[in-house]
Write a protein that binds this ligand. Sequence first.
Ligand code: PEP
Ligand code: MG
Length: 322
Amino acid sequence: SDADSSLMAALPATTKCGVRITFYANIDFKEELQALTAAGAEGVGLFRSENLFTEGTKVPKESEQYHYYREMAEEIAPMPLDIRLFDIGGDKLMYSPVKEQNPNLGWRGIRILIDLPEILDAQIRAVIRANVHGNLDILIPMIISVDEVLKVRAIVDRHYAELSSECNSQVEKPGIGAMIEVPAAVELIDEITRCVDFISIGTNDLTQYTLAVDRNNVIVQDLFEKFHPAIVRQLHRVIAVAHKNHCKAMICGDMGSDHLALPFLLGCGLRKFSVVASDIPKLKSLVSRYSIAETEALARECLTFGSSAEIKACMEAFEAAH
Ligand code: PEP
Ligand code: MG
């Protein structure tokens, strides 16, 4: 009922054995912040900043971005807000001046930002300046190498040094996170998690790029299997390696909202989920049904199967037993 759901939203999420789980919200516009507290979100795990582009290709100015981020930061402080750097190109906002044969494998996300440093500089400066008023982090989309992470880090460090000497108020340096959404980043997870403050797993793109299945192509939508063993094994490994390296791990892809995936992800060690806000009450109530030891056994079992069908059946049996 509505009463149950608002009660659930207000309580911190804990497993049956008392482990604290945090739910953040994925948002596209600042207007969505109002609904956050009612839903029980403890911050924003993914703000898709490319929505600030107007008329498709108009890059928002540093000052516009600063005001927008500042307003968001103030509204939800001290809760955290992770601003993902513009993820333009690919299936999202078309930015390329040339027609690309394979936009999903083309000029997208961090690739564009590294090639057009004036866009990256303005966004990073806007985030650092807005961080005076809240608790912001930077999330980098489409990472495939350590070099890309280090380039962004160096740019953040340079602007941070400049801005802290210019401004009188205390500026905090935003944390830096990498989206893990391409198999290359999974292969490099040990190195990547040593040079970021956190990672966020984008299962939508990770599934697309692992299975070579276009996430928006209806002809192959049946092949877009979120419980494919290749995905399940990658998730397990990414979370384990991140935690071994004392790097925070979060999921922000759609799998984070999936009721069947939830106990598996808990069993992998995941404690932070960023999802559509309206899904949070349902997820919190599910979390309270599981103990970590049981979910760890489930995760181990899921790793033994060679097909989606077996993995899904195993997850369904677990859910039915709880
Ligand atoms: C993802 O790829 O899973 C993700 C969260 O990012 P987006 O859906 O914006 O590509
Ligand atoms: Mg993505």
